[in-house]
Design a protein around this ligand. Structure first.
Ligand SMILES: C[S@@+](CC[C@H](N)C(=O)[O-])C[C@H]1O[C@@H](n2cnc3c(N)ncnc32)[C@H](O)[C@@H]1O
Length: 412
């Protein structure tokens, strides 16, 4: 059964606490929330949460006008709206969620980027095959597409429908098995298979629902499929584009684009406060390796997953330190959305004992440790170094030409 409400006993003592345990509630409680008295209760539950104060008092006040089930459903929804701000920003306060549906939903900026790509391809109709609570569906509709969403879970269907409606968007949502849908009438078929089983996240493509065989069948037409960032390159069929997307430096997803939606082979798209930047394998002439220069660049995770580190090297007139390690170096300083830049201050010993002596000599008491291509556990190393002093620095541990090397750097 789909989970909706928080366990009432825990809600009473801390319904605003992160990680409140979620318990199943039937679909009727959610439907009731959409009614006029339900909306009033939801508003009161939201206001009580926003005002702070005693939750017990808020609960008692709410219970004067509604049943315990309805109060629990309203408090849960109010709590989920607060949690959802991280993904949906201002829209969260008007939307509806289930705990798992929210967890699985695509965050708004990422979904909006996808929807903008679909719109740029002049696709007017989209079928969302497993729409959940409608994170992507809402973005497609906001971008102007005519959307149909389907999901096996009746509660999520109800929630997705309510989300379209509350945001004033058109579209239809229905309970159906995605694998039995004729997608031919739609310009684009979109799927975001669930990648969790009862035991948690699954990395086995045959455990996804719908499974990889279904994804492959979609890729034979104009489609877009959201997958986990760990997607192996070898799984990407010929003629299909794989795009890795990060938001504020966290890699969120790999997306496969097929048919006329595929515009390159590999792409890294970086979203953040500065907007959007995108890099493809066509920007990648390759890059040599060589010694560390005045500047060091740490490519964004989407770039690394997409295998485009050498494209970043070329973009900063630089090279790699090692062909298997995702550090780029250059004699020139560039600001790039695709990499964080550091000025290299000096090389220090790689071996632990002389390294400790060098750090003590420089009175470095606080140390950020970055490492690539070497087997070091930063927290354990930091403890063993037993640093003393008022200075702060960043240490990079890596391999150059196969040899363990350490540098002190500062971000620029
Ligand atoms: C990862 S979630 C989708 C999240 C959605 N893209 C969003 O942003 O809110 C996957 C959804 O696929 C649904 N699902 C799994 N197998 C399905 C099938 N065979 N037919 C329809 N829906 C299915 C699940 O119920 C779940 O809601």
């Amino acid at each position: 059964m789909t989970k909706l409400a928080l366990r009432p006993t825990e809600c009473q003592i801390g319904w605003r606490a992160v990680g409140c345990e979620d318990v199943p509630v039937d679909l009727d409680a959610f439907r009731w929330l959409l009614s006029e008295p339900g909306q009033r209760l939801l508003e009161a539950a939201g206001a009580a949460g926003a005002a702070g104060g005693s939750e017990l008092a808020a609960q008692s006040a709410l219970r004067r006008t509604a049943s315990p089930e309805h109060v629990a459903a309203a408090l849960t929804q109010a709590e989920l709206r607060r949690r959802a701000v991280a993904k949906f920003g201002d829209l969260a306060g008007r939307m509806y969620f289930t705990p798992e549906g929210l967890e699985q939903a695509t965050r708004l900026p990422v979904a909006a980027h996808r929807a903008a790509r679909v719109q740029a391809a002049s696709a007017a109709t989209v079928v969302d095959l497993g729409c959940g609570i409608g994170g992507d569906l809402v973005a497609f509709a906001r971008a102007g597409a005519t959307c149909v969403g389907v999901d096996l879970d009746p509660l999520r269907v109800e929630v997705a429908r309510a989300n379209l409606e509350t945001l004033g968007l058109g579209g239809a949502v229905t309970v159906a098995d995605a694998t039995a849908i004729d997608t031919a009438p739609f310009d684009v078929a979109y799927a975001d298979p669930a990648r969790r089983t009862g035991k948690g996240r699954t990395f086995d493509v045959d455990d996804w629902t719908p499974p990889w065989s279904f994804v492959e069948s979609l890729l034979a037409r104009d489609s877009c499929v959201k997958l986990a960032p760990g997607l192996p390159h070898a799984l990407v069929p010929e003629g299909v584009e794989a795009e890795w997307v990060s938001d504020h430096r966290e890699v969120k997803e790999a997306v496969l684009w097929s048919g006329r939606l595929a515009t390159t082979r590999r792409r890294a798209t970086v979203l953040g406060d500065g907007g959007l930047a995108t890099l493809t394998d066509e920007d990648d002439p390759g890059a040599p390796t060589g010694p560390v220069g005045e500047f060091l660049y740490e490519p964004d995770g989407a770039v690394i997953r997409a295998g485009l580190v050498t494209a970043v090297a070329s973009g900063v007139d630089g090279h790699l330190l090692d062909e298997h390690i995702a550090y780029v170096t250059s004699g020139a300083s560039f600001r790039s959305p695709f990499a964080r830049g550091y000025r290299v201050l000096e090389e220090v010993p790689f071996r632990e004992k002389p390294l400790r002596a060098a750090l003590r000599e420089r009175r470095i008491g606080r140390l950020t440790i970055k490492k690539r291509g070497v087997s070091v556990v930063p927290d354990e190393l930091r403890k063993r170094l037993a640093l003393r002093g008022d200075e702060e620095s960043t240490l990079v541990l890596t391999r150059v030409d196969g040899k363990g090397t350490a540098f002190l750097v500062e971000p620029f």
